[in-house]
Design a protein around this ligand. Structure first.
Ligand SMILES: NC(=O)c1ccc[n+]([C@@H]2O[C@H](COP(=O)([O-])OP(=O)(O)OC[C@H]3O[C@@H](n4cnc5c(N)ncnc54)[C@H](OP(=O)(O)O)[C@@H]3O)[C@@H](O)[C@H]2O)c1
Length: 303
């Protein structure tokens, strides 16, 4: 089988190329191969590439910038995925599409189930939600996978930001009133492989049994402050020379950003367990594995 993976320069896309390598022939599509902001070209591109399975982690992910570039965000996150989904529907090729906890408004404390009504707070979330709706409307075999708080040892993400700040600043002030499950890209793609591999002979049926939508995140929940504390603790345990001595919790109101973020990003993982038998490790276990990668990567660069 030919597995097309988009966004291969990104966190999830690059991890997916590594994880899916043994499961088929990988077509690693960067932006030059398949540009989601040019939906009119996508059908011809897919005709030429002829994938048997499409995994789409590519997205416009700049949450704050999206407020100023709504047209581009909707092009990449809605019109592009819609074109993928129309081709997938016409050719009966399963489409696995990544989406986000930011489709929710973050009210309350309960984890969001797949049944909960989305109500995005910003352009990014709205563009991702419209992408989901377009994929569903195309009517092809699809699985929309909503995840949260993605990070990895490489790329631009919270883990890497804190690892840098911990070497530069004696004190950090980190938001404590947004709660979610930090999910490493490596864990996300491993879980995707565990969903897909055993069901590869009838992905359509498997996806339909999950109603085409599943929440996938690491187990447990914390705030960005709690996540930062664990990162700094983990770096210290691994003898990384850091200067941070204190971390202060602050409310979101003290860290204004252009886009408003949901306070409650907890995702209910019942369907992930019941439909696919995937039991996610805790976010702390995911972080431990990724800290090992981060430290090994940095030490290799210094050699
Ligand atoms: N990051 C998070 O915290 C988070 C949380 C929940 C859900 N998600 C979702 O999870 C998925 C993966 O996120 P990620 O963190 O891995 O993203 P990422 O690291 O920001 O990577 C995004 C990828 O999309 C590509 N891309 C952007 N515009 C494109 C275009 N016009 N055409 C083709 N490719 C384009 C980028 O390519 P370039 O390198 O060329 O820009 C990059 O490879 C996304 O669907 C995202 O919405 C992310």
């Amino acid at each position: 089988v030919q597995i097309l993976i988009t966004g291969v320069t990104g966190q999830v896309g690059s991890a997916a190329v590594r994880r899916f390598a043994g499961l088929g022939a990988i077509i690693a599509a960067d932006r030059a191969t398949l540009d989601l902001s040019r939906p009119e070209e996508i059908g011809d591109t897919l005709d030429a590439l002829r994938p048997d399975l499409i995994i789409n982690p590519a997205a416009y992910t700049a949450v704050d910038r999206a407020e100023e570039e709504p047209d581009l965000a909707f092009l990449v996150n809605t019109a592009g995925p819609e074109a993928l989904a129309k081709w997938s529907s016409a050719h009966d090729v399963p489409l696995v599409h990544l989406s986000t906890d930011y489709v929710f408004d973050g009210q309350g404390n309960a984890p969001w189930s797949e049944e909960a009504s989305p109500q995005p707070l910003g352009v990014y979330g709205a563009s991702k939600l419209a992408g989901e709706q377009a994929i569903r409307a195309a009517g092809g075999p699809h699985l929309i996978v909503r995840t949260s708080w993605v990070y990895s040892a490489q790329g631009a993400n919270f883990l890497r930001t804190i690892a840098r700040l911990a070497r530069e600043r004696t004190e950090l002030r980190i938001v404590d009133d947004q709660v979610g499950a930090p999910s490493s890209a490596a864990f996300i793609v491993d879980a995707l492989a565990r969903i897909i591999e055993p069901r590869k002979d009838d992905l359509q049926g498997a996806f339909e049994r999950a109603q085409g939508l599943v929440h996938l995140a690491a187990g447990g929940a914390t705030s960005w402050y709690g996540f930062a504390q664990k990162i700094v603790e983990g770096l210290t345990q691994r003898s990384v020379p850091i200067v941070t001595q204190r971390i202060f919790p602050i409310p979101s109101a003290e860290y204004p950003t252009r886009a408003v973020r949901p306070l409650n990003s907890r995702l209910d993982l019942t369907r992930l367990r019941e439909a696919f038998g995937v039991i996610p490790p805790s976010w702390q276990e995911c972080l431990d594995a990724e800290l090992n990668n981060l430290v090994a990567h940095e030490r290799a660069l210094q050699l």
